[in-house]
Design a protein around this ligand. Structure first.
Ligand SMILES: *[C@@H]1O[C@H](CO)[C@@H](O)[C@H](O)[C@H]1NC(C)=O
Ligand SMILES: *[C@@H]1O[C@H](CO)[C@@H](O)[C@H](O)[C@H]1NC(C)=O
Length: 160
């Protein structure tokens, strides 16, 4: 774990010509950061269009200690983009049907997630939309979850 004392903004305040009251700079760390991260929500779909050597270099710039050295990465689990007008806001979904997944879908998102993983970066998955089959309007925006669409997946992929 990385502990960082947030001192810089307080120093800036103390240089302000207007007196600022109430700020205390302590030598004791007050917050613990679990990581410094980046979110691969949309840009993987643009940057995947570059040749592999450029993608590799970008990954090195983001995740290696010779680059930014990000320690946390957010992976956007795609919903499939049904009814989404902007194509880069429409990552493919792994969902095929209950218990059936196509992990070859969304090669763009998976590429940068795997690059993060190869550098030992902690990965957090998030979603912007449910797969269309699980929504009231069978689209990725404008609807709601249908009753019974949510479940807890077991390790074998069974929905409970
Ligand atoms: C990738 O990075 C290396 C090392 O900095 C550089 O020599 C090479 O030209 C870069 N390749 C591309 C395609 O940008
Ligand atoms: C899985 O997704 C890939 C990429 O979209 C596609 O080419 C392939 O046909 C899909 N496979 C199945 C079994 O649906």
């Amino acid at each position: 774990m990385l502990s960082i004392l947030i001192a810089a903004p307080l120093l800036l305040l103390s240089r302000s010509p207007t007196p600022v009251l109430g700020a205390t700079v302590s030598s004791t760390p007050a917050q613990t950061f679990l990581g410094i991260g980046g979110s691969g929500a949309w840009w993987p779909h643009d940057l995947f269009n570059f040749p592999d050597a450029v993608r590799q270099n970008l990954s090195t710039l983001l995740f290696s200690q010779s680059g930014l050295g990000l320690s946390s990465y957010r992976f956007n689990v795609g919903g499939g983009g049904v009814g989404v007008i902007n194509p880069v806001r429409a990552p493919e979904t792994f969902y095929v049907s209950a218990g059936v997944y196509n992990f070859s879908a969304d090669p763009e998102g998976v590429f940068f997630m795997q690059q993060a993983g190869a550098h030992g970066v902690t990965i957090t998955a998030f979603v912007n939309s449910a797969p269309a089959a699980l929504t009231s309007n069978h689209a990725n925006c404008g609807g709601t979850f249908v009753n019974g669409a949510l479940c807890i997946l077991s390790k074998s992929g069974t929905c409970h």
